[in-house]
Design a protein around this ligand. Structure first.
Ligand code: ADP
Ligand code: MN
Length: 323
């Protein structure tokens, strides 16, 4: 059961608002959100399970600082208990609806994270106040949002001792001609951690995953304003090298065949430990505060063009990493 006093702040978000929490294990992320975002997660899980594969796993919702409400998803009873306990012990928290998601950074030693905000128009024209629309259009016209249908909303990169943080103003200063510099900065760790062929392979695999995401969108009828493509890769040099099958720097203990008892034991361990094995990278879509399924309206060109341009930036990026 979760101890509410042990929920901790999610440090170093690549972009976005404060107020995101983690459960003590670090597997779950609790993010204050809009009803529209909850609706989008629930509908996608029910009606578009393939698309849900692009998104962080959705565990449920909870009401922070108010009578608990949880959906029937995995772990919801624990979350309910958390919210109830917060109420019982009188912890003063603003009443907010939050969404409980898989923490995509979980399992990485040091997650390098790139948040790319997709679309040239970042608001729903039907529901957005003119002042806000004008403000967003102005930023769009001054950034790669307008020219490439995406911009770097933020990123964090492990430098061996701490994270280098690139905030939203960093991404706003690029144009279509120099945005590749941002990608080169984000992916620099690949060439310092890996042999060139491995770095190239990983870049191609990530680009292929972005193409797959785009193909999913091309088969979908939704509208997403201000959603992001979140690209994560392992920032820890040794961990990344090991994941990519590099020669371990310290020799492994000589392996001998396990006894039957040892086999049984390791099977038991596996059952207890449901943790997914670590991966070198992840590509996901996040941030659905202004997203909705819109059957009959065709493809979401606004976002699809952005993904195509992200893929173009990834093409040939490897040559930039060895300069
Ligand atoms: P906002 O509306 O504040 O922009 P986002 O959903 O974009 O909210 O989240 C903000 C930041 O939090 C992202 O840039 C990313 O770094 C991090 N984040 C969001 N969702 C997850 C997740 N499921 N796992 C890991 N990090 C996440
Ligand atoms: Mn965001």
């Amino acid at each position: 059961q979760l101890d509410p006093t042990k929920l901790k702040a999610f440090e170093n978000a690549a972009a976005g608002h404060d107020g995101v929490l983690l459960d003590p294990s670090g597997e779950l992320l609790i993010k204050p959100c809009t009803q529209a975002e909850i609706d989008f997660y629930q509908q996608t899980q029910l009606d578009h399970p393939d698309f849900a594969g692009l998104m962080p796993a959705f565990m449920g919702t909870l009401s922070l600082g108010a009578p608990a409400q949880a959906t029937d998803a995995v772990g919801a009873h624990e979350i309910l208990a958390t919210a109830q306990a917060q109420k019982d012990n009188g912890t003063k928290i603003e009443t907010k609806t939050a969404i409980v998601l898989e923490n995509l950074e979980h399992g990485f030693t040091h997650a390098n994270v790139l948040d790319l905000k997709l679309g040239s128009r970042l608001y729903d024209a039907k529901t957005t106040a003119p002042e806000k629309a004008d403000r967003l259009d102005k930023v769009a016209s001054e950034t790669t949002t307008g020219s490439l249908n995406f911009r770097v909303a933020g990123m964090k990169v492990w430098n061996g001792r701490s994270f280098d943080i690139y905030d939203k103003y960093y991404g706003r200063k690029f144009n279509a001609d120099n945005i590749k510099d941002a990608f080169a900065t984000f992916f620099a760790g690949l060439s310092t951690s890996l042999e060139l062929d491995e770095a190239a392979e990983l870049l191609e695999t990530i680009e292929a995953d972005i193409s797959k995401a785009r193909h999913m969108l091309e088969r979908s009828e939704e509208r997403m304003y201000s959603a992001s493509l979140l690209v994560i890769y392992e920032g820890d040099s040794t961990a990344l090298d090991t994941l990519m099958g590099g020669v371990p720097k310290t020799p492994r203990v000589t392996e001998k065949a396990p006894t039957l008892g040892e086999v049984k034991q390791s099977e038991d361990d596996e059952e207890e430990e449901e943790d997914d094995p670590p991966v070198a990278y992840k590509v996901n879509m996040i941030d659905f505060a202004h997203a909705a399924w819109t059957p009959g309206q065709g493809q979401d060109e606004n976002v699809i063009v952005g993904l195509k341009n992200v893929e173009k930036q990834m093409d040939g990026l490897i040559s930039r990493l060895v300069e």
